[in-house]
Design a binder for this molecule. Structure first.
Ligand SMILES: *Cc1c(COP(=O)(O)O)cnc(C)c1O
Length: 466
Protein backbone atom coordinates (compact mmCIF):
# COMPACT_ATOMS: atom_id res chain seq x y z
CA UNK A 1 0.00 0.00 0.00
CA UNK A 2 1.40 3.40 -0.96
CA UNK A 3 0.88 5.40 2.20
CA UNK A 4 2.09 8.59 0.59
CA UNK A 5 -0.85 8.49 -1.78
CA UNK A 6 -3.28 8.33 1.11
CA UNK A 7 -1.74 11.07 3.17
CA UNK A 8 -1.68 13.62 0.35
CA UNK A 9 -4.38 16.21 0.14
CA UNK A 10 -5.62 17.12 -3.30
CA UNK A 11 -4.09 20.58 -2.75
CA UNK A 12 -0.69 18.98 -2.27
CA UNK A 13 -0.99 17.22 -5.60
CA UNK A 14 -1.65 20.52 -7.37
CA UNK A 15 0.66 21.96 -10.03
CA UNK A 16 0.04 25.45 -11.36
CA UNK A 17 -1.50 25.38 -14.81
CA UNK A 18 -2.26 21.67 -14.91
CA UNK A 19 -5.73 20.80 -16.24
CA UNK A 20 -7.92 17.71 -16.18
CA UNK A 21 -10.89 19.06 -18.08
CA UNK A 22 -11.92 21.14 -21.05
CA UNK A 23 -15.06 23.20 -21.12
CA UNK A 24 -17.49 22.97 -24.04
CA UNK A 25 -17.68 25.88 -26.45
CA UNK A 26 -19.90 28.64 -25.16
CA UNK A 27 -22.92 29.11 -27.46
CA UNK A 28 -24.63 31.76 -25.38
CA UNK A 29 -22.54 34.84 -26.03
CA UNK A 30 -20.46 36.70 -23.53
CA UNK A 31 -21.72 38.24 -20.33
CA UNK A 32 -19.47 40.40 -18.22
CA UNK A 33 -20.21 40.23 -14.46
CA UNK A 34 -20.41 43.58 -12.69
CA UNK A 35 -16.99 44.40 -11.29
CA UNK A 36 -18.15 44.51 -7.66
CA UNK A 37 -19.29 40.89 -7.96
CA UNK A 38 -15.93 39.64 -9.21
CA UNK A 39 -13.06 38.28 -7.13
CA UNK A 40 -10.04 40.44 -6.78
CA UNK A 41 -7.77 37.38 -6.66
CA UNK A 42 -8.23 33.98 -8.27
CA UNK A 43 -9.74 31.31 -6.01
CA UNK A 44 -7.16 28.87 -4.68
CA UNK A 45 -8.21 25.60 -6.27
CA UNK A 46 -6.19 22.45 -6.80
CA UNK A 47 -4.90 22.10 -10.35
CA UNK A 48 -4.48 18.46 -11.27
CA UNK A 49 -4.61 16.13 -14.26
CA UNK A 50 -7.57 13.80 -14.65
CA UNK A 51 -5.90 10.55 -13.52
CA UNK A 52 -4.45 12.13 -10.40
CA UNK A 53 -7.95 13.24 -9.39
CA UNK A 54 -9.52 9.85 -10.14
CA UNK A 55 -6.82 7.95 -8.22
CA UNK A 56 -6.86 10.36 -5.31
CA UNK A 57 -10.58 9.97 -4.66
CA UNK A 58 -10.69 6.26 -5.49
CA UNK A 59 -7.90 5.57 -3.01
CA UNK A 60 -9.70 7.58 -0.36
CA UNK A 61 -12.97 5.75 -0.98
CA UNK A 62 -11.17 2.42 -0.54
CA UNK A 63 -10.06 3.58 2.88
CA UNK A 64 -13.64 3.70 4.04
CA UNK A 65 -15.04 0.90 6.12
CA UNK A 66 -18.73 0.14 5.72
CA UNK A 67 -21.22 -2.73 5.81
CA UNK A 68 -20.49 -3.35 2.15
CA UNK A 69 -16.88 -4.30 2.84
CA UNK A 70 -16.92 -5.82 6.28
CA UNK A 71 -18.62 -6.87 9.50
CA UNK A 72 -19.75 -3.85 11.50
CA UNK A 73 -20.74 -4.84 15.05
CA UNK A 74 -21.21 -1.29 16.38
CA UNK A 75 -23.70 -1.65 19.23
CA UNK A 76 -26.73 0.63 19.63
CA UNK A 77 -26.25 2.59 16.43
CA UNK A 78 -25.13 -0.20 14.19
CA UNK A 79 -25.59 -0.33 10.46
CA UNK A 80 -28.32 -2.87 10.08
CA UNK A 81 -29.62 -4.42 6.90
CA UNK A 82 -29.31 -1.95 4.02
CA UNK A 83 -30.26 -3.89 0.86
CA UNK A 84 -28.86 -2.30 -2.31
CA UNK A 85 -32.18 -2.81 -4.11
CA UNK A 86 -33.70 -0.16 -1.85
CA UNK A 87 -31.00 2.29 -2.90
CA UNK A 88 -32.02 1.70 -6.49
CA UNK A 89 -35.67 2.32 -5.67
CA UNK A 90 -34.84 5.54 -3.81
CA UNK A 91 -32.72 6.65 -6.77
CA UNK A 92 -35.44 6.00 -9.35
CA UNK A 93 -35.99 9.26 -11.29
CA UNK A 94 -39.76 9.03 -10.74
CA UNK A 95 -39.07 9.35 -7.02
CA UNK A 96 -35.87 11.30 -6.63
CA UNK A 97 -36.89 14.06 -9.05
CA UNK A 98 -40.10 14.85 -7.16
CA UNK A 99 -40.35 18.39 -5.84
CA UNK A 100 -42.27 19.11 -2.64
CA UNK A 101 -44.05 22.07 -4.27
CA UNK A 102 -45.28 20.07 -7.27
CA UNK A 103 -49.10 20.13 -7.87
CA UNK A 104 -50.76 17.59 -5.63
CA UNK A 105 -52.40 15.60 -8.45
CA UNK A 106 -48.93 14.79 -9.84
CA UNK A 107 -47.71 13.21 -6.58
CA UNK A 108 -50.56 10.87 -5.69
CA UNK A 109 -48.15 7.92 -5.76
CA UNK A 110 -45.92 9.56 -3.16
CA UNK A 111 -48.95 10.15 -0.95
CA UNK A 112 -49.83 6.50 -1.30
CA UNK A 113 -46.34 5.59 -0.05
CA UNK A 114 -46.73 7.94 2.94
CA UNK A 115 -50.14 6.54 3.75
CA UNK A 116 -49.17 2.88 3.45
CA UNK A 117 -45.95 3.38 5.42
CA UNK A 118 -47.86 5.08 8.24
CA UNK A 119 -50.25 2.13 8.39
CA UNK A 120 -47.43 -0.42 8.32
CA UNK A 121 -45.55 1.35 11.13
CA UNK A 122 -48.74 1.56 13.19
CA UNK A 123 -49.28 -2.15 12.78
CA UNK A 124 -45.65 -3.03 13.56
CA UNK A 125 -45.61 -0.94 16.74
CA UNK A 126 -49.23 -1.19 17.89
CA UNK A 127 -49.58 2.60 17.89
CA UNK A 128 -52.69 4.32 16.54
CA UNK A 129 -51.15 6.82 14.11
CA UNK A 130 -47.81 8.11 12.89
CA UNK A 131 -46.33 11.37 11.70
CA UNK A 132 -43.46 11.01 9.23
CA UNK A 133 -42.45 14.62 9.76
CA UNK A 134 -39.25 14.31 11.91
CA UNK A 135 -35.90 13.87 10.17
CA UNK A 136 -33.84 11.97 12.78
CA UNK A 137 -34.18 9.95 15.95
CA UNK A 138 -33.40 12.94 18.15
CA UNK A 139 -35.83 15.03 16.09
CA UNK A 140 -38.48 12.35 16.76
CA UNK A 141 -37.76 12.50 20.49
CA UNK A 142 -38.21 16.27 20.44
CA UNK A 143 -41.45 15.86 18.46
CA UNK A 144 -42.72 13.23 20.90
CA UNK A 145 -41.93 15.39 23.90
CA UNK A 146 -43.65 18.37 22.26
CA UNK A 147 -46.75 16.16 21.83
CA UNK A 148 -46.58 15.21 25.52
CA UNK A 149 -46.11 18.84 26.57
CA UNK A 150 -49.10 19.93 24.44
CA UNK A 151 -51.18 17.11 25.92
CA UNK A 152 -50.51 18.31 29.48
CA UNK A 153 -51.07 21.94 28.46
CA UNK A 154 -54.43 21.01 26.91
CA UNK A 155 -55.51 19.85 30.36
CA UNK A 156 -54.14 23.06 31.95
CA UNK A 157 -51.67 20.90 33.83
CA UNK A 158 -48.71 23.27 33.89
CA UNK A 159 -46.72 21.86 36.78
CA UNK A 160 -45.37 18.88 34.82
CA UNK A 161 -41.83 19.94 33.99
CA UNK A 162 -39.81 16.76 34.56
CA UNK A 163 -38.81 13.92 32.29
CA UNK A 164 -37.49 10.73 33.85
CA UNK A 165 -34.64 9.16 31.87
CA UNK A 166 -32.74 5.95 32.81
CA UNK A 167 -29.00 6.28 33.52
CA UNK A 168 -28.34 3.85 30.67
CA UNK A 169 -30.26 5.98 28.11
CA UNK A 170 -28.87 7.14 24.79
CA UNK A 171 -27.49 10.67 25.16
CA UNK A 172 -30.12 12.13 22.87
CA UNK A 173 -32.88 11.37 25.43
CA UNK A 174 -31.81 13.89 28.08
CA UNK A 175 -30.67 16.30 25.34
CA UNK A 176 -34.11 16.27 23.65
CA UNK A 177 -35.86 16.78 26.98
CA UNK A 178 -33.64 19.76 27.72
CA UNK A 179 -34.20 21.26 24.24
CA UNK A 180 -37.95 20.90 24.84
CA UNK A 181 -37.54 23.02 28.00
CA UNK A 182 -38.14 20.11 30.39
CA UNK A 183 -36.01 19.11 33.38
CA UNK A 184 -34.18 15.78 33.21
CA UNK A 185 -34.33 13.45 36.20
CA UNK A 186 -32.25 10.29 36.12
CA UNK A 187 -33.57 6.94 37.29
CA UNK A 188 -30.96 4.38 38.36
CA UNK A 189 -30.38 0.90 36.97
CA UNK A 190 -30.18 -2.14 39.23
CA UNK A 191 -26.98 -4.23 39.30
CA UNK A 192 -28.81 -6.49 36.81
CA UNK A 193 -28.95 -3.53 34.40
CA UNK A 194 -32.67 -2.76 34.30
CA UNK A 195 -34.75 0.07 35.79
CA UNK A 196 -34.60 0.22 39.59
CA UNK A 197 -38.29 0.14 40.51
CA UNK A 198 -37.73 1.48 44.04
CA UNK A 199 -35.81 4.45 42.69
CA UNK A 200 -38.54 5.04 40.10
CA UNK A 201 -41.32 5.06 42.70
CA UNK A 202 -39.46 7.78 44.63
CA UNK A 203 -39.28 9.99 41.54
CA UNK A 204 -42.89 9.77 40.38
CA UNK A 205 -45.24 12.60 41.31
CA UNK A 206 -47.50 15.17 39.67
CA UNK A 207 -44.55 17.22 38.37
CA UNK A 208 -43.52 14.43 35.98
CA UNK A 209 -44.54 14.95 32.35
CA UNK A 210 -43.10 11.74 30.93
CA UNK A 211 -40.75 8.86 31.34
CA UNK A 212 -38.52 7.88 28.40
CA UNK A 213 -37.42 4.28 27.95
CA UNK A 214 -35.54 2.13 25.49
CA UNK A 215 -36.49 -1.52 25.33
CA UNK A 216 -34.42 -3.60 25.07
CA UNK A 217 -32.33 -0.99 26.87
CA UNK A 218 -28.88 0.15 25.80
CA UNK A 219 -27.36 -2.82 27.64
CA UNK A 220 -29.36 -5.08 25.33
CA UNK A 221 -31.56 -6.20 28.23
CA UNK A 222 -35.30 -6.57 28.10
CA UNK A 223 -37.02 -4.33 30.64
CA UNK A 224 -39.29 -6.99 32.10
CA UNK A 225 -41.11 -4.60 34.46
CA UNK A 226 -42.69 -2.52 31.71
CA UNK A 227 -46.31 -3.37 32.65
CA UNK A 228 -45.76 -2.15 36.22
CA UNK A 229 -43.75 0.85 34.99
CA UNK A 230 -46.59 1.80 32.62
CA UNK A 231 -49.08 1.46 35.45
CA UNK A 232 -47.05 3.61 37.86
CA UNK A 233 -46.29 6.28 35.26
CA UNK A 234 -49.93 6.51 34.17
CA UNK A 235 -51.17 6.49 37.75
CA UNK A 236 -49.26 9.71 38.41
CA UNK A 237 -50.70 11.28 35.26
CA UNK A 238 -47.55 11.16 33.15
CA UNK A 239 -47.05 9.55 29.73
CA UNK A 240 -44.63 6.78 28.76
CA UNK A 241 -42.26 7.39 25.83
CA UNK A 242 -40.59 4.61 23.88
CA UNK A 243 -37.26 5.27 22.18
CA UNK A 244 -37.57 2.76 19.34
CA UNK A 245 -34.38 3.72 17.52
CA UNK A 246 -33.32 0.10 17.58
CA UNK A 247 -36.54 -1.82 17.13
CA UNK A 248 -34.82 -4.87 15.57
CA UNK A 249 -34.95 -7.18 18.58
CA UNK A 250 -38.68 -6.56 19.07
CA UNK A 251 -39.73 -6.76 15.42
CA UNK A 252 -42.40 -9.39 15.16
CA UNK A 253 -42.04 -10.42 18.81
CA UNK A 254 -43.88 -7.68 20.66
CA UNK A 255 -45.13 -4.12 20.21
CA UNK A 256 -44.58 -0.97 22.28
CA UNK A 257 -48.28 -0.09 21.89
CA UNK A 258 -49.27 -3.34 23.62
CA UNK A 259 -46.83 -2.68 26.47
CA UNK A 260 -48.46 0.58 27.48
CA UNK A 261 -46.27 3.12 25.71
CA UNK A 262 -48.12 6.29 24.67
CA UNK A 263 -45.62 7.84 22.26
CA UNK A 264 -42.80 6.23 20.31
CA UNK A 265 -40.26 7.15 17.69
CA UNK A 266 -38.51 4.81 15.27
CA UNK A 267 -35.26 5.32 13.40
CA UNK A 268 -35.99 4.34 9.82
CA UNK A 269 -32.27 4.93 9.20
CA UNK A 270 -31.30 2.15 11.58
CA UNK A 271 -33.96 -0.53 11.63
CA UNK A 272 -35.57 0.04 8.26
CA UNK A 273 -32.86 -0.07 5.65
CA UNK A 274 -31.32 3.39 5.23
CA UNK A 275 -27.55 3.46 5.71
CA UNK A 276 -26.67 6.00 8.35
CA UNK A 277 -23.64 7.64 9.78
CA UNK A 278 -21.87 10.89 9.14
CA UNK A 279 -25.10 12.70 9.97
CA UNK A 280 -26.66 11.70 6.64
CA UNK A 281 -30.38 11.95 5.94
CA UNK A 282 -32.56 10.20 8.47
CA UNK A 283 -36.16 9.76 9.47
CA UNK A 284 -37.59 9.53 12.97
CA UNK A 285 -41.36 9.01 12.60
CA UNK A 286 -43.42 9.34 15.77
CA UNK A 287 -46.37 7.12 16.62
CA UNK A 288 -48.98 7.87 19.27
CA UNK A 289 -51.79 6.21 21.11
CA UNK A 290 -55.34 7.18 20.04
CA UNK A 291 -56.28 10.72 20.97
CA UNK A 292 -52.76 12.13 20.95
CA UNK A 293 -52.58 12.62 17.16
CA UNK A 294 -54.25 16.02 17.49
CA UNK A 295 -51.06 17.24 19.19
CA UNK A 296 -48.75 16.37 16.26
CA UNK A 297 -46.60 19.48 15.79
CA UNK A 298 -45.08 20.53 12.48
CA UNK A 299 -41.32 20.23 12.93
CA UNK A 300 -40.44 20.26 9.25
CA UNK A 301 -42.14 22.09 6.36
CA UNK A 302 -42.71 18.91 4.27
CA UNK A 303 -43.28 15.24 4.99
CA UNK A 304 -39.85 14.23 6.26
CA UNK A 305 -37.11 12.64 4.17
CA UNK A 306 -39.03 10.94 1.41
CA UNK A 307 -36.17 8.78 0.12
CA UNK A 308 -35.61 7.32 3.60
CA UNK A 309 -39.32 6.60 3.94
CA UNK A 310 -39.31 4.97 0.53
CA UNK A 311 -36.50 2.61 1.54
CA UNK A 312 -38.37 1.71 4.72
CA UNK A 313 -41.54 0.98 2.79
CA UNK A 314 -39.65 -1.15 0.25
CA UNK A 315 -37.93 -3.01 3.11
CA UNK A 316 -41.22 -3.79 4.84
CA UNK A 317 -42.83 -4.96 1.59
CA UNK A 318 -39.80 -7.05 0.60
CA UNK A 319 -39.65 -8.91 3.89
CA UNK A 320 -43.39 -9.20 4.27
CA UNK A 321 -45.24 -9.96 7.44
CA UNK A 322 -43.78 -13.46 7.91
CA UNK A 323 -40.12 -12.55 7.43
CA UNK A 324 -40.38 -9.33 9.38
CA UNK A 325 -41.27 -11.56 12.31
CA UNK A 326 -37.90 -13.33 12.09
CA UNK A 327 -35.86 -10.15 12.52
CA UNK A 328 -36.18 -9.98 16.30
CA UNK A 329 -35.41 -13.60 17.00
CA UNK A 330 -32.42 -13.76 14.62
CA UNK A 331 -30.90 -10.52 16.00
CA UNK A 332 -31.24 -12.00 19.49
CA UNK A 333 -29.83 -15.40 18.54
CA UNK A 334 -26.74 -13.88 16.90
CA UNK A 335 -25.95 -11.62 19.85
CA UNK A 336 -26.31 -14.44 22.38
CA UNK A 337 -24.14 -16.74 20.27
CA UNK A 338 -21.25 -14.23 20.30
CA UNK A 339 -21.69 -13.49 24.00
CA UNK A 340 -21.64 -17.15 25.03
CA UNK A 341 -18.71 -17.95 22.71
CA UNK A 342 -16.48 -15.27 24.22
CA UNK A 343 -17.45 -14.91 27.87
CA UNK A 344 -14.56 -17.14 29.00
CA UNK A 345 -12.04 -14.55 27.73
CA UNK A 346 -14.00 -11.28 28.01
CA UNK A 347 -15.62 -10.07 31.24
CA UNK A 348 -19.41 -10.31 31.08
CA UNK A 349 -20.70 -7.98 33.81
CA UNK A 350 -24.34 -8.97 33.38
CA UNK A 351 -25.05 -12.66 32.92
CA UNK A 352 -28.12 -14.13 31.27
CA UNK A 353 -29.97 -13.78 28.01
CA UNK A 354 -29.47 -10.56 26.12
CA UNK A 355 -31.50 -9.25 23.19
CA UNK A 356 -29.91 -7.78 20.04
CA UNK A 357 -26.73 -6.55 21.76
CA UNK A 358 -24.66 -7.00 24.91
CA UNK A 359 -21.81 -5.40 26.80
CA UNK A 360 -18.44 -6.85 27.79
CA UNK A 361 -16.34 -5.02 30.36
CA UNK A 362 -13.00 -5.47 28.58
CA UNK A 363 -10.81 -8.56 28.71
CA UNK A 364 -11.33 -10.94 31.60
CA UNK A 365 -7.63 -10.97 32.44
CA UNK A 366 -7.03 -7.40 33.64
CA UNK A 367 -3.36 -8.05 34.47
CA UNK A 368 -2.18 -7.58 30.86
CA UNK A 369 -2.91 -3.83 30.84
CA UNK A 370 -4.65 -4.24 27.47
CA UNK A 371 -7.67 -1.95 27.35
CA UNK A 372 -10.92 -2.00 25.39
CA UNK A 373 -9.46 0.74 23.18
CA UNK A 374 -6.51 -1.55 22.36
CA UNK A 375 -8.79 -4.46 21.50
CA UNK A 376 -10.91 -2.21 19.28
CA UNK A 377 -7.82 -0.95 17.44
CA UNK A 378 -6.43 -4.45 17.02
CA UNK A 379 -9.72 -5.60 15.45
CA UNK A 380 -9.01 -3.21 12.57
CA UNK A 381 -5.90 -5.25 11.77
CA UNK A 382 -8.11 -8.31 11.45
CA UNK A 383 -10.45 -6.49 9.06
CA UNK A 384 -13.35 -5.81 11.41
CA UNK A 385 -14.98 -2.55 12.40
CA UNK A 386 -14.69 -2.01 16.14
CA UNK A 387 -17.73 -2.41 18.39
CA UNK A 388 -19.06 0.59 20.32
CA UNK A 389 -16.56 1.26 23.09
CA UNK A 390 -16.72 3.07 26.44
CA UNK A 391 -20.52 3.23 26.16
CA UNK A 392 -22.69 2.65 28.13
CA UNK A 393 -20.96 4.50 30.93
CA UNK A 394 -22.00 1.94 33.53
CA UNK A 395 -18.70 0.01 33.17
CA UNK A 396 -15.12 1.25 32.83
CA UNK A 397 -14.16 -0.86 29.83
CA UNK A 398 -17.51 -1.17 28.02
CA UNK A 399 -17.48 -2.88 24.68
CA UNK A 400 -20.93 -3.08 23.16
CA UNK A 401 -21.45 -5.64 20.43
CA UNK A 402 -24.42 -5.88 18.07
CA UNK A 403 -24.12 -8.32 15.17
CA UNK A 404 -27.62 -7.69 13.65
CA UNK A 405 -29.92 -10.33 12.22
CA UNK A 406 -28.42 -10.67 8.76
CA UNK A 407 -24.91 -11.96 9.29
CA UNK A 408 -24.10 -15.55 8.35
CA UNK A 409 -22.74 -17.98 10.92
CA UNK A 410 -19.38 -18.00 9.08
CA UNK A 411 -19.01 -14.24 9.36
CA UNK A 412 -19.89 -14.33 13.04
CA UNK A 413 -17.51 -17.24 13.69
CA UNK A 414 -14.71 -15.30 11.98
CA UNK A 415 -15.34 -12.35 14.29
CA UNK A 416 -15.36 -14.58 17.36
CA UNK A 417 -12.10 -16.16 16.27
CA UNK A 418 -10.47 -12.74 15.79
CA UNK A 419 -11.50 -11.65 19.29
CA UNK A 420 -10.21 -14.91 20.78
CA UNK A 421 -6.90 -14.39 18.98
CA UNK A 422 -6.65 -10.85 20.36
CA UNK A 423 -7.32 -12.14 23.87
CA UNK A 424 -4.50 -14.63 23.41
CA UNK A 425 -2.15 -11.95 22.05
CA UNK A 426 -3.03 -9.76 25.03
CA UNK A 427 -1.63 -12.35 27.41
CA UNK A 428 1.30 -13.56 25.27
CA UNK A 429 2.51 -10.39 23.51
CA UNK A 430 0.46 -7.45 24.79
CA UNK A 431 2.60 -4.86 22.98
CA UNK A 432 1.24 -5.92 19.59
CA UNK A 433 -2.31 -5.15 20.81
CA UNK A 434 -1.35 -1.95 22.64
CA UNK A 435 0.34 -0.52 19.53
CA UNK A 436 -2.38 -1.59 17.06
CA UNK A 437 -3.47 -0.93 14.38
CA UNK A 438 -0.48 -1.94 12.28
CA UNK A 439 -2.07 -2.35 8.85
CA UNK A 440 -4.06 0.88 8.40
CA UNK A 441 -2.64 3.94 6.56
CA UNK A 442 -2.45 5.84 9.83
CA UNK A 443 -2.25 4.37 13.31
CA UNK A 444 -3.71 6.01 16.41
CA UNK A 445 -5.02 9.52 16.10
CA UNK A 446 -5.89 11.93 18.88
CA UNK A 447 -9.68 11.43 18.76
CA UNK A 448 -10.45 14.28 21.13
CA UNK A 449 -8.30 16.77 19.26
CA UNK A 450 -9.79 15.65 15.94
CA UNK A 451 -13.33 16.11 17.28
CA UNK A 452 -12.72 19.36 19.16
CA UNK A 453 -10.45 21.08 16.64
CA UNK A 454 -11.18 19.65 13.22
CA UNK A 455 -9.16 21.20 10.43
CA UNK A 456 -11.68 21.56 7.65
CA UNK A 457 -9.89 23.93 5.29
CA UNK A 458 -6.41 23.76 3.89
CA UNK A 459 -5.43 27.14 5.31
CA UNK A 460 -1.69 26.60 5.24
CA UNK A 461 -1.48 26.34 1.48
CA UNK A 462 -4.01 29.08 0.86
CA UNK A 463 -1.93 31.41 3.01
CA UNK A 464 1.26 30.39 1.18
CA UNK A 465 -0.33 31.07 -2.20
CA UNK A 466 -1.64 34.45 -1.09
C1 LIG B 1 -29.38 6.40 17.39
C2 LIG B 1 -30.21 6.50 18.57
C3 LIG B 1 -30.92 7.68 18.84
C4 LIG B 1 -30.79 8.97 18.04
O1 LIG B 1 -31.04 8.86 16.68
P1 LIG B 1 -30.45 9.96 15.67
O2 LIG B 1 -31.10 9.70 14.37
O3 LIG B 1 -28.97 9.75 15.65
O4 LIG B 1 -30.79 11.32 16.19
C5 LIG B 1 -31.75 7.69 19.96
N1 LIG B 1 -31.85 6.62 20.77
C6 LIG B 1 -31.17 5.47 20.54
C7 LIG B 1 -31.34 4.32 21.48
C8 LIG B 1 -30.32 5.37 19.44
O5 LIG B 1 -29.63 4.24 19.23
Amino acid sequence: MNNKLYSNLIFELSHTGRRGYSLPKNHFGHYELPKEQCRTKDAVLPECDELTVVRHYTNHSENNFGVDNGFYPLGSCTMKYNPCINEEIANHPAFCNLHPLQPQDTVEGAYEVYENLQHALSEITGMNSFTLNPCAGAHGELTGLMIIRSYHQSRNDDKRTKVIVPDSAHGTNPASAAVCGLDVVEVKSTPEGIIDMDDLRELLDDTVAAMMMTNPNTLGLFEKDIPQIAELVHACGALLYYDGANLNPMLGECRPGDMGFDVTHLNLHKTFSTPHGGGGPGSGPVGVRKGLERFFPIVNPYHGNFSVELRAYAYILTLGKENLKKVGSLATLNANYIKESLKDVFELPIEGLCKHEFVFNGLKDKSTGVTTMDVAKRLLDYGYHAPTIYFPLLFHESMMIEPTENESKNTIDGFIEALRKIAQEASEMPEIVKKAPHTTPISRVDDVLAAKHPILTYKQLINDKD
